[in-house]
Design a protein around this ligand. Sequence first.
Ligand code: HEC
Ligand code: HEC
Length: 378
Amino acid sequence: MRSPERIRLLVFSLFLFALVALAIGYNPVPASSRGVAPTVAGAMPVGPPLEIKAPLGLPPVPIPPDNPPTAASVALGRRLYYDPVLSADNTVSCASCHAPFGFTDTHPVSTGVGGKKGTRHSPTVINSAYNSLQFWDGRAPSLEEQAKGPIINPVEMASTHADVVKRLQADPKYVSLFKQAWGTDQITIDLVVKSIASFERTVLCGNSAFDRFYYGDDKTALSASAQRGLKLFIDPKKGDCTTCHTIGKEYALFTDNKFHNLGVGADTRGNMTDLGRYDQTKNDADWGAFKTPTLRNIAKRAPYMHDGSFPTLKDALGHYIGGGNMNKNLDKEIHALDFLSFDERDDLLAFLESLTAKMPETLGPPPDLAPKQTAQNR
Ligand code: HEC
Ligand code: HEC
């Protein structure tokens, strides 16, 4: 072949290659260096990750790989958490039912939009970062998934995800906060719940008198009565509470993250209207079982149990003294504790009260959202 012919062939093959490449949509420059935004579902916050420091008595906070918290995403999540804009009629925020600093509400069952009542007591958001499953029946696998629920629950915020996104998108303040946290002005429900979850991962309660006594070296932190109560709480022959409300060598979550039937809500015949975990698994062992709640800040969060049926801590303890309510699936670890003397019962209560700790003010509402919150005061 003479060289001009060779060149013509080369040019022709290049032309053919370009044509084929065009047809199959091949682009030699990788998507990441073309400045294409990653798909929103897998969006990552922009900016350096924020290190959440766990207080004394708590383990490091588990962080999902696709949602490392940043200062901006936590601040945005805090605002969303306290903003009633997430509800259909702008009256109910997450904090209406999970208010600082017990991060629950004072009613047996919560009240949502239009005064509608649910069937369960609002569990605390405190230390929910450590829960392996969310809700009393464990039906949500993560804080992100959990947060999608109340927004659309007809007896809670009664809104829709599309509506919430539309409202936030129409507010220049939110558009700019989302841009700062997520590098995009395209708000989605995933970014909303990821931000809220990151804020929730900072709602931690440790460093109580108990922690300073047990994990620190302040032997004066606990009163003599609370120290006796702690022994009773752990002693398998006495309170035996740590079987479920765990205390570890380095930290105490006060929950085994499992589900148990205490007969709370059972009538005299052992019938239960709320079957708890069973409704999710249809496993007989889960009949009438509910997730063990943490006991952090417990003295600040009356009423107690999944149905809020015990107005005081003393009433809740009374349930254990009586050995729970008989029913076909009562947990084998639950048995009468009527042998505990009255002094011992007081000691147990003194111990439970030692789990109260001061939480940082920065976990409360952003200043400009605070008045709305108290006006509601559900
Ligand atoms: C109207 C009251 C109400 C509102 C509003 C509400 N919640 Fe809840 N929340 C509840 C109740 C009740 C439960 C328990 C429901 C169940 O277990 O079936 C719950 C459960 C939870 C849990 C699970 C905790 C655990 O230990 O399992 C978290 C976390 C939570 N809510 C966060 C939020 C967030 C975030 C928002 C706002 C997006 C919110 N809640 C709005 C009442 C409410
Ligand atoms: C077999 C496991 C188990 C044992 C043992 C146990 N608990 Fe519980 N505890 C639970 C579960 C599960 C709940 C929630 C039950 C419900 O709402 O139906 C709960 C709820 C509570 C509550 C109310 C918490 C809240 O947020 O409303 C308190 C207080 C409490 N327990 C204290 C104790 C004490 C004190 C002991 C020891 C005398 C003890 N528990 C032993 C599993 C257990």
